[in-house]
Design a protein around this ligand. Structure first.
Ligand code: UN1
Length: 499
């Protein structure tokens, strides 16, 4: 399918994708596929005002009815899964299976949110005073700004938006300037759901196209009580303090530096498959990509050659083509970052296998690379950084406590795992003295989390939680209610105050 046909299949018209200043390139061959008109900070302020108006109406709609809109949206997504999945691949370069998987995550979170729309529950609490009742109520918050990254152009938006919408919050979406087309296509799908729903207020979902300045207008606005941002730790350092300064609520999902501990008792075949999928999937450009392999010294010399052999046969190429497992990096900057990291790793004593550009003749304007395995003498500086590329650092350990210490000795804290069939080891890894990450798995790689769990991590990952479990509470305000149904006015804390 030609690039233009993929855009057309997603309902993106010629008029919509031409005539602007923001050039969008596909990482598949580097071709320009759109030139979008961008919004100004002034436009964003007008959109926020519209969102505030939408909020005034939407918060009064019963939550199960709000869930009906999300149910319709899920239906439309099912119908458009193939088209949108292909656009995800075109715009960010992940293989089609992963593009489709991302749309599936959108569908799944819609289902989850529909059920949740009848379960926005609070607690009832025991009052210390006679004739009093205490409870918690959860109320809509207001406009929710969602900032997303190029590597997952649609799913993280959906984890936020599906919950925000059932919680009563309109959404303003600022997609990565590298992947705005996926956002515009998603907005069209959402509009179909809105048309079927009938009486939703205008401005429930608005998409902001542009670069940093428009993102800032969103982040700085007092009328946007929630900012949920996915991206680099650098971006989070810019966004977090700005939101804190105005006492807004930030939900941050930032960098990861995810590791796997492979213990002597591990099922080696399973571990190998998990390593390859999580280290080279999405060309190493997931927040949850496997970046560090901490292998017991008894099995290290057995595992590493087998892993290198598996890397040798990886099919690299056009992510839309059947059978390809590794697509391109997003752009030349990402490629330069990978090269620099490999140089530094070598200078720090690393032995590199793989790496380097491939298919340069076929795709002179794109950046395909061979995924790299780098055996490190220890966890040096470069290993402690997140490089958004398929580089896997291998290290040895002897005692599990040392492996856990190495594991936790990085600034990031998103996802982690252990491969072990020894329950003492795996439970230790999940315990208070184990992994310090938001996600810790046993006999599963660190990437590819299901939507049903809370997603996010600690330390420089930002501390936010999105998607499943009780992440919905991040989109509502908690109110503690005390009701006196007696004829007296007893004070709490035993205070006597007679007048
Ligand atoms: C991300 O890279 O921003 O667990 C999110 C996973 C996906 C989410 C990745 N469900 O890999």
């Amino acid at each position: 399918m030609a690039h233009a046909d993929i855009l057309a299949a997603n309902g993106l018209t010629e008029a919509q994708v031409t005539g602007g200043t923001l050039a969008v390139h596909t990482p598949i061959d580097g071709a320009e596929i759109a030139r979008l008109k961008t919004h100004t900070a002034e436009d964003v302020r007008a959109m926020i005002a519209k969102g505030v108006q939408a909020f005034a109406a939407w918060r009064t709609v019963p939550a199960p009815r709000r869930g009906e809109l999300v149910r319709l949206f899920g239906d439309e997504l099912r119908a458009e899964k193939e088209n949108l999945g292909r656009l995800v691949t075109l715009e960010c370069g992940k293989i089609l299976q992963e593009g489709l998987g991302e749309v599936q995550e959108m569908i799944d979170i819609c289902d989850f949110a529909v059920g949740l729309s009848r379960q926005l529950y609070g607690l009832t609490l025991a009052s210390e005073r006679p004739g009093h009742a205490m409870r918690e109520s959860w109320h809509p918050m207001g406009v929710c700004g969602v900032i997303t990254a190029f590597n997952f152009p649609v799913a993280p938006w959906a984890w936020n938006a599906a919950l925000a919408l059932i919680c009563g919050d309109p959404v303003i979406w600022k997609p990565s300037e590298k992947t705005p087309l996926c956002a515009l296509a998603t907005q069209k799908i959402f509009e179909k759901a809105l048309a079927k729903f009938g009486d939703a207020p205008d401005g429930l979902l608005q998409v902001v196209v542009g670069e940093r300045d428009v993102g800032e207008a969103l982040v700085e606005s007092h009328d946007v009580p929630i900012i949920s941002a996915t991206g680099s730790t650098r971006m989070g350092r810019a966004v977090g303090p700005k939101v804190a300064e105005r006492f807004g609520r930030a939900i941050l999902e930032l960098g990861g530096n995810n590791a796997m501990i492979v213990a002597p008792s591990a099922d080696m075949e399973m571990a190998l498959r998990a390593i390859v999928f999580s280290a080279v999937g999405t060309t190493g450009q997931r927040c949850t990509s496997l970046r560090r392999l901490i292998v017991h010294e008894e099995i290290y010399d057995h595992l590493m050659p087998r892993l290198k052999a598996a890397y040798e046969t990886l099919p690299i190429g056009d992510p839309l083509a059947d059978g390809i497992l590794v697509g391109p990096l997003i752009d030349g900057l990402a490629f330069d970052g990978m090269e620099r990291a490999l140089e530094q790793a070598q200078a720090e004593g690393g032995a590199i296998d793989g790496g380097g550009r491939v298919l340069a003749n076929q795709f002179p304007d794109a950046h395909y690379v061979r995924p790299a395995i780098v055996e490190m003498p220890s966890q040096t500086d470069i290993v402690r950084q997140e490089t958004f590329a398929p580089i896997l650092y291998g290290m040895k350990y002897r005692e599990l406590s040392d492996a856990i210490a190495i594991h936790n000795d990085v600034p990031q804290g998103l996802s982690s795992c252990i491969f072990s069939t020894d329950v003492r080891e795996s439970e230790t890894f999940l315990s208070a003295v184990g992994s310090d990450c938001g996600i810790a798995n046993v006999n599963i790689g660190p990437s590819g989390a299901e939507i049903g769990g809370a997603f996010g991590g600690e330390k420089e990952t930002g501390g936010g939680r999105e998607s499943g479990s009780d992440a919905w509470k991040g989109y509502m305000r908690r109110q503690t209610n005390t009701v006196n149904y007696s004829r007296d006015l007893p004070l709490a804390q035993g205070i006597k105050f007679e007048i």
